[in-house]
Design a protein around this ligand. Structure first.
Ligand SMILES: Nc1ncnc2c1ncn2[C@@H]1O[C@H](COP(=O)(O)OP(=O)(O)O)[C@@H](O)[C@H]1O
Ligand SMILES: [Mg+2]
Length: 348
């Protein structure tokens, strides 16, 4: 259809050119004013026709744009799947560490319980013997031996610790699983009221393996009202920006063996909330700053970057939520991204 239009436009253009040439020739060869007028009228006719076709073409383009918008939501979906896939092994690792820890502690408790049961059994024998009035020195010695085998002092000190450490480990696992559910779950097409501080905390939890080797995270959550939004999409934006921060720090620290800092700050400002993510990474040159929202623009090697993160983030924040996505950056110092979302943003 587009091709057909192109052909027709080209044909119209050729007609205009021919008519123009004729008008010019006739003007120079002293044609009558009337025939020039006639030619001009024909020319106007062709121009009107061409305008109509341009209008039709504009409508075609608008349709194509609508299809493109649809594709963008599919792109978001694809990116979400990709990020969940990429995060999966990191999350498995994050869960594995406390599980290992709980496992060690529970094994210690199992051994301790066997020792205590043994000691208890010896005490029972002493009680029985005492009741019969015949406690032998051997029996007393056996109790002493069982007590020192069990190392009662050690157990009394360490069993409560092992229990509380196990509880901590299990809580850690529960937090990761809950965060994962909160990150991945909001599939709903409808917007809903969301606690963005909580969403950021979940995102930081599941992305931990992406930044923990390069950066400490500092959070400063302000008091926020619930925000009407597509939470699944905003989570994706938070993840993109946090992972970008980690990459920039990794790049800046290359081989220096230090840790950088990622700072997440939230504030309620007027009828919006602001989420700022700062990093002590490389910062961005002017050339990068001018291009970073372009789809497929990346400075990262294949496999690490797709160049889609910020393009999609901007579409989500600006187009979907009527918010803004801005940044401050200085080479050698770092970058801060500011996401602003209206609290009750209008439905798109
Ligand atoms: N926090 C940041 N610090 C420095 N550069 C950044 C930061 N965030 C984004 N960039 C630059 O913007 C580019 C595009 O980012 P993005 O759209 O997320 O794609 P990708 O991360 O796949 O490269 C990155 O390749 C990088 O050069
Ligand atoms: Mg990115």
């Amino acid at each position: 259809m587009a091709l057909n239009l192109e052909e027709r436009l080209a044909a119209a253009q050729r007609t205009i050119d021919a008519l123009m040439r004729r008008v010019e020739q006739q003007a120079t060869s002293g044609e009558t004013a009337f025939s020039v007028l006639e030619q001009n009228i024909a020319l106007e006719h062709v121009i009107a026709e061409k305008t109509r076709e341009l209008e039709a073409r504009r409508q075609d383009l608008q349709e194509a744009l609508a299809t493109l918008r649809l594709t963008q939501s599919e792109l978001l979906q694809a990116q979400k799947l990709e990020s969940v896939g990429r995060l999966a092994s990191g999350i498995a690792h994050e869960i594995n560490t406390p599980i290992q820890f709980v496992n060690d502690n529970v094994h210690f408790l199992q051994g301790a319980f066997i020792d205590v049961v043994d000691l208890f059994e010896k005490h029972r024998q002493v009680r029985t013997a005492a009741a019969a009035g015949q406690v032998s020195p051997e029996l007393v010695r056996a109790v002493d031996e069982a007590e020192s085998a069990a190392d009662l002092g050690y157990l009394l000190e360490n069993v409560p610790k092992a229990i509380s450490r196990s509880i901590e480990g299990l809580e850690r696992v529960a937090t990761i699983v809950r965060s994962l559910k909160e990150f991945a779950h909001p599939e709903k097409k409808d917007r809903g009221q969301a606690d963005l501080n909580r969403a950021l905390a979940s995102t930081l939890t599941i992305a931990r393996n992406e930044y923990k080797f390069v950066a400490e995270v500092e959070t400063d959550y302000g008091e926020l009202p619930l925000v009407s939004c597509y939470l699944g999409q905003l989570n994706q934006v938070f993840l993109n920006i946090i992972v970008n921060a980690a990459h920039a720090i990794e790049e800046a620290l290359r081989g220096k063996g230090q840790m950088g800092l990622i700072r997440v700050e939230t504030r309620h400002e007027g009828d919006s909330v602001r989420i700022s993510v700062s990093d002590s990474g490389t910062g961005m040159s002017r050339e990068i700053q001018e291009r970073l929202f372009e789809p497929f623009f990346t400075t990262k090697e294949v496999g690490k970057g797709t160049g889609q993160g910020l393009a999609i983030s901007r579409a989500v924040v600006v187009d979907k939520h009527g918010g803004t996505l801005t940044f401050d950056s200085e080479v050698g110092r770092g970058t801060t991204f500011h996401i602003r979302i209206p609290i009750g943003s209008p439905a798109p």
